[in-house]
Design a protein around this ligand. Structure first.
Ligand SMILES: [Fe+2]
Ligand SMILES: [Fe+2]
Length: 209
C-alpha cells in the first residue's frame, strides 16, 4: 500500500466533513434569508456543497484498502460547527456568513488546492474536478460577501470575525498536523488562508462604507 494513502484518506475525509458542514449550514442560512434571491442562492450553494461532499467520498473510496484510515480522521471543524450552530440558533445570519463563507470556505479552498497537488490517484480524482469545484467555492465566497453587504454590518461584527478567525487558525494547524510533511509549513498554510480571509473581509467592508 502507498505509505501516503492513509494520510491522504484522512485529509480527504476532513475535506468531506467540511463540505457536509457547509451543506448543512448553507441550507439553514437559506431558510433564514430575508430576500428571495438570497434564499435561492444559498439553496444552490447547499446543493453544490452536497455534491462536493459526494465527490470527496468517492475520492476516499478510490484509495482502496487505505480508505479505512478515513475513520481515524479527527473532527477538525468541531468547534467551528458548534459556533455556527449557536449563531444559526440565535438567528444571526450575518455571523454565520462570516463563519461559513468567510472562514470555513477559505480553509476548504486552501486544503483543496493542496490536495490537488498530490500525486496519488485519489489526488488526481480531486485534481480533475478541482477547477470546477474551486470555481464554485469562489462563487460561495463572493456570495457570502454579497449577502453581508445586503444585510448591513451587524454590531460585534469585528469581534465575531476575530473569534471565527481564531477557530479557523486552530483548525488549519490541525489540518497541517495531518499533512505530516517536513516540507509543509503549517504557519505558511494558515497565513495563506488568513490573507484570503482579510482580502475577502476588506471587499465586503468596502462595499458597505
Ligand atoms: Fe464545497
Ligand atoms: Fe463552498
Amino acid at each position: 500500500m502507498d505509505n501516503n494513502a492513509p494520510r491522504l484518506a484522512r485529509l480527504i475525509e476532513v475535506l468531506r466533513q467540511g463540505e457536509v458542514l457547509a451543506a448543512q449550514t448553507a441550507l439553514r442560512q437559506s431558510d433564514m434569508a430575508p430576500t428571495l434571491w438570497m434564499r435561492r442562492a444559498l439553496a444552490v450553494q447547499a446543493a453544490q456543497e452536497r455534491s462536493h461532499a459526494a465527490i470527496a467520498g468517492i475520492a476516499v473510496r478510490v484509495l482502496g484498502p487505505a480508505a479505512g484510515a478515513a475513520e481515524d480522521a479527527p473532527d477538525v471543524t468541531a468547534d467551528l460547527r458548534r459556533q455556527l450552530e449557536r449563531d444559526l440558533d440565535a438567528g444571526e445570519l450575518a455571523f454565520s456568513l462570516i463563519g461559513l463563507q468567510g472562514v470555513v470556505e477559505h480553509l476548504g479552498e486552501a486544503l483543496l488546492e493542496r490536495l490537488g497537488q498530490h500525486p496519488h490517484p485519489a489526488g488526481a480524482v480531486l485534481h480533475g474536478l478541482r477547477k470546477k469545484v474551486l470555481a464554485q467555492e469562489r462563487g460561495h465566497v463572493l456570495l457570502g460577501s454579497r449577502c453581508l453587504q445586503a444585510l448591513g454590518r451587524p454590531p460585534a461584527h469585528a469581534e465575531k470575525l476575530d473569534h471565527y478567525r481564531e477557530l479557523g487558525r486552530v483548525a488549519a494547524l490541525r489540518v497541517a498536523e495531518l499533512v505530516d510533511d517536513a516540507r509543509f509549513d503549517a504557519n505558511a498554510f494558515w497565513c495563506d488562508i488568513d490573507t484570503r480571509l482579510t482580502d475577502w473581509h476588506h471587499c465586503a467592508q468596502a462595499a458597505q462604507d
